[in-house]
Ligand binder design. Structure first.
Ligand SMILES: Nc1ncnc2c1ncn2[C@@H]1O[C@H](COP(=O)(O)OP(=O)(O)OP(=O)(O)O)[C@@H](O)[C@H]1O
Length: 175
């Protein structure tokens, strides 16, 4: 891995001369920290949300490749906190620093797509299958997905704990 230039070289184990290079905007190796990832790749994205744009952070990969580690990490260890916690801290710090010059409303939803079906993890009756719809003016949305008004980091953490308890795929509390 050549992290400085965002390149990964794959080598054919049967022929070491046979290599292929893949170039990405950024890559992270075993020496990278949660903080490196957030500061270099995600902070600007969240800043753009605070300026009124939309953004998505999407973790994709085979089982065991580190999606949960990257997105959630361990909430009780500041060095191990993942992207979600860092985003929440960033958003609430920004709001606290704005001294009421702007008004913000933070809402949180939590859904699961599992075996091609969408479920609302914040609904007690979360077995209801939801549908993806499209509005001509508003883009793609999930019909009937609920959202909670969240006024603090603790309230968003409550939403996550509640949602995690309803996930189909095993989830172990980071605490
Ligand atoms: N960058 C990393 N540094 C240290 N440990 C890691 C890292 N990435 C993943 N791990 C560890 O590897 C294991 C698997 O990672 P994780 O659970 O995040 O994978 P996943 O992609 O979410 O898997 P699944 O799709 O099965 O839920 C965990 O024990 C996790 O703590």
């Amino acid at each position: 891995m050549r992290t400085q230039v965002g390149q990964i070289e794959l080598r054919n184990p049967k022929d070491h001369e046979d290599t292929k290079d893949f170039t990405f905007d950024a890559i992270y190796d075993e020496n990278s920290t949660q903080s490196d990832l957030y500061e270099e790749t995600f902070r600007d994205l969240v800043d753009s949300v605070l300026n009124g744009y939309n953004a998505t952070i999407f973790a994709y990969g085979q089982t065991g490749t580190g999606k949960t580690h990257t997105m959630e990490g361990k909430s009780d260890d500041p060095q191990q906190r993942g992207v979600i916690y860092k985003c929440i801290e960033h958003i609430f710090e920004h709001m606290a620093a704005s001294h009421n010059q702007e008004e913000y409303l933070v809402r949180a939803s939590y859904l699961e797509i599992y075996q091609e079906e969408i479920r609302d993890l914040l609904e007690a009756e979360s077995n209801k299958k939801l549908e993806i719809k499209e509005r001509p003016d508003g883009g793609v949305y999930v019909k009937d997905l609920t959202s909670r008004l969240t006024r603090s980091i603790a309230e968003i953490q409550d939403v996550m704990i509640r949602g995690n308890a309803h996930r189909s795929v095993g989830w172990v509390s980071p605490n």
